[in-house]
Every structure is written in structure tokens, then in C-alpha cells.
Design a protein. Structure first.
Length: 412
């Protein structure tokens, strides 16, 4: 048993002609659109390159990062490009029509790349959210409006497949999975019949109005939806299709990381139910979203990202690592946010930092009393840690599933 990293090692010498692509292969291809391929893979209409050639250029530009273990998990995903390049299963596939756009002011972050299989199948890999604040703000905007990345995904598919006849498979992880479904529904009608499959790996759902407007339920038979045992992102809003639940080597929110999903043989290790703590978080977020209309959601999102951008960075990884350039401004803006915003921020801290704040406090409790931390930051962190210590669900075995057994279910 391993993950897609080990899968590439033990299955890499088997071509798609010998054993057709399955769910794990789709996840490998979904990961490729996370890689910054500017100057490596040709832009739309400008040529093509094999995965093997792209990996050589990437390695020349950024070094051999196959052993990278960054705490910001999305930074480890490029190793999949380098590993796939060394296999018979993926190395000769051609990459083309690369696109990447990011703009915090417009709240847009979009990436996509086409990957051509030897049999002519066109895989479109839509990128998930990277570490940019623009990407994360756009994710939250999904809850109340059509976002630029959705429009871009449909336009991208229309542009590169105009006048073509090849079968199409759309793949994506996180927001990329959401975009794959949106693009399939919103693209030109002459393209839709050629879409044979849509692989959605822990992507957020849609508002009910959007589901009805685009008739998304009509795509159900084409969608393969995969979520981890502790899924929060993949359970936001309304799902379009039923999900299969996979086990993970990570805990809590870190299970969203695609390189953590367990693989056995040629498929994932499946589980019967979600972790009960994920169900609890999903219910809280669902209840909160139901109470807010579109204007209130917009206000909350604008407030939250106004607070984060006050840190002097456009990257979430700087916030996560504590590389904030202006603590006083961040704290001041947080103090003046609405009560709703502060409550949700507290919930996000509780979930996202359970594996970081509490262990650090246990090892070095005096760190929260450091004069380097202003009172506005030290006090909320202490309160969150105290709340965590009193919640029985968060004391539970980190691998426990909703049925209380923690056992995997490998039935397919």
C-alpha cells in the first residue's frame, strides 16, 4: 500500500495500452496542472512537448525536487511531473495549450493544460487552488457568484476544442474538479457529447440555483467524484454526484492533499464513511452559509481577505508560516471585522491549526507569552487552543472514521 508517489514507481512500466487509465491515473494527470509551466509547456496554439521533455526543462529551471517535503503541501506536487516523466505510462504523453492567470485585484486564479494520449484522447487538466490569496478568495466567491475561473474554464475548452473530434476527459483536483464539471456544462453544445468522463477529486459543489440553471445533474453518469475521509472542501455547497471516499496518510484538513491518498494495486483504498469530525465541520459551515445572503457572503469574504492582505503578502503560505510583515495592521483590521467574520475565522483556526498550534503549545507553552506577539494575536490563539482541548471529538483518534471503527473498506 502507498500513494500515487509509490504508484508511479510500481506501475510506471505498464503502458495505457496494456492496462487502461483508471482513477489513480486521472489523479496523476489532475496534479500536472498545479505545476507552474510558464516557459516550459507551449501556450495555447503554440506547439506541444512530451511530459518527459517538460520535466527535463522543469528540472533545469528549478532543480530535481523529487525529494521535496515542504510543509506547504501544494509545493510538493511538481514532483509528480518529474516522476511521471520517467515512466512508460506517462512519459510520452504530449502537453500543450498551457494557460495560467492570477490576479488578486480581480480575485482570479486559473490554470489548465491539455494532455494528449497516444490513442488520441484529449485530457484537460484544470488546476486547483495554489497558495495565492487570489485563488483562495475566488474559492470562497464560488458560494455566491459565477467566478472568473469558471468562465475561463468553459472558454478554454471551447477555444482549444473548436472543430476537433477527439474524445475528451476532464480532470481536476479541488477547485480544478469543480471547474471540470462547470466547463462540461457551460461549453458549446457540439463539444459536450465528446466529453466521456469528468474526474472530480475533492472539488467543492455548486449552489442549487447553478445546478438547475446548467442542468448539472444531467452529467452525473459521467462524473467520478472522489473525496478523502476528512473532506471539507469537497463537501462545500451541493454535490452533483455521489462520492467514493478514500483513505489518507494525513489527518484532518491535510487529507485534501492529493499525494496523501492511499493506493493499493491499481486503485485507491476506499472507506465506508466520512470522519465524524468532518461531518461536524460540514454541518457548521452549511448552517452558516444558509444564514447569509449573497451580499452578506461578499462582505465576509472581502473582510477576511482585507485582513489577510494586510500582512503584506499575496500568498497564503506566508500567512501559514507566520511570515507577516505587519502584525499591527492585521490585528487592527481583524478587530474591526464583523462578528460573523470573527466567528468563522475562529472556526477556520480551530480546524486548520489543530496539528500545529496545539503541539507547539504543548512543547513550548511560553511561546504564546512572547513579547513579539501582540495581545490581539496571542489572546485568540490561546482561546482556540483551550477550546480544542475541551472538545471530545477533537481528542478522538486521528484516524477514526464516522462509523467509529477506523478500518478501511477496500470493496470496489
Amino acid at each position: 500500500m502507498g500513494t500515487i508517489v509509490e504508484y508511479l514507481e510500481w506501475r510506471g512500466d505498464i503502458t495505457a495500452a496494456q492496462i487502461p487509465y483508471g482513477n489513480v491515473d486521472y489523479l496523476v494527470l489532475a496534479c500536472l496542472s498545479y505545476v507552474r509551466l510558464n516557459g516550459i509547456v507551449p501556450w495555447i496554439g503554440e506547439g506541444e512537448i512530451t511530459i518527459q521533455e517538460a520535466a527535463a526543462l522543469y528540472r533545469s529551471a528549478y532543480g530535481d525536487i523529487r525529494n521535496r517535503t515542504s510543509p506547504i503541501h501544494v509545493e510538493n506536487i511538481p514532483k509528480i511531473l518529474l516522476m511521471a516523466a520517467d515512466t512508460k505510462r506517462f512519459g510520452s504523453l504530449r502537453m500543450r495549450n498551457y494557460c495560467y492567470v492570477r490576479d488578486l485585484g480581480e480575485a482570479v486564479q486559473f490554470s489548465a493544460v491539455e494532455i494528449l494520449q497516444e490513442d488520441g484522447t484529449s485530457y484537460i487538466s484544470f488546476g486547483g487552488t495554489d497558495t495565492s490569496l487570489a485563488g483562495w478568495k475566488e474559492d470562497l466567491n464560488l458560494s455566491y457568484e459565477v467566478v472568473p475561473a469558471e468562465v475561463s474554464a468553459a472558454a478554454y475548452l471551447d477555444t482549444i476544442h473548436a472543430g476537433r473530434q477527439e474524445p475528451i476527459i476532464l480532470v481536476g483536483h479541488s477547485k480544478g474538479g469543480h471547474l471540470a464539471i462547470y466547463a462540461a456544462a457551460a461549453c458549446r453544445k457540439e463539444i459536450r457529447p465528446r466529453i466521456t468522463r469528468i474526474f472530480d477529486a475533492d472539488g467543492p459543489g455548486f449552489g442549487q440555483g447553478m445546478i438547475e440553471q446548467l442542468d448539472l445533474y444531467s452529467l452525473r453518469d459521467k462524473i467520478i467524484r472522489i473525496i478523502p475521509v476528512f473532506s471539507v472542501i469537497g463537501c462545500l455547497l451541493e454535490p452533483v454526484a455521489e462520492a467514493r471516499i478514500v483513505d489518507s496518510t494525513e489527518t484532518l484538513l491535510m487529507q485534501h492533499y492529493p499525494l496523501s491518498w492511499k493506493v493499493k494495486g491499481g486503485d485507491f483504498v476506499y472507506c465506508s464513511k466520512l470522519d465524524r469530525r468532518a461531518v461536524k465541520v460540514e454541518k457548521i459551515l452549511e448552517e452558516w452559509l444558509e444564514k447569509l445572503d449573497a451580499d452578506e457572503r461578499k462582505r465576509f469574504i472581502d473582510e477576511l481577505f482585507d485582513i489577510l492582505s494586510a500582512a503584506g503578502s499575496d500568498s497564503l503560505k506566508d500567512v501559514m508560516r507566520g511570515n507577516l510583515h505587519d502584525y499591527k495592521t492585521v490585528a487592527a483590521r481583524a478587530m474591526h471585522a464583523s462578528e460573523e467574520t470573527r466567528k468563522v475565522v475562529e472556526l477556520l483556526f480551530k480546524v486548520a491549526f489543530d496539528n500545529t498550534i496545539r503541539p507547539v503549545m504543548a512543547r513550548k507553552a511560553e511561546s504564546l507569552n512572547s513579547d513579539r506577539l501582540p495581545d490581539q494575536i496571542r489572546r485568540p490563539l490561546s482561546k482556540i487552543a483551550e477550546t480544542l482541548s475541551q472538545d471530545p471529538d477533537w481528542k478522538a483518534d486521528k484516524n477514526s472514521a464516522a462509523d467509529g471503527t477506523g478500518k478501511e473498506n477496500t470493496d470496489t
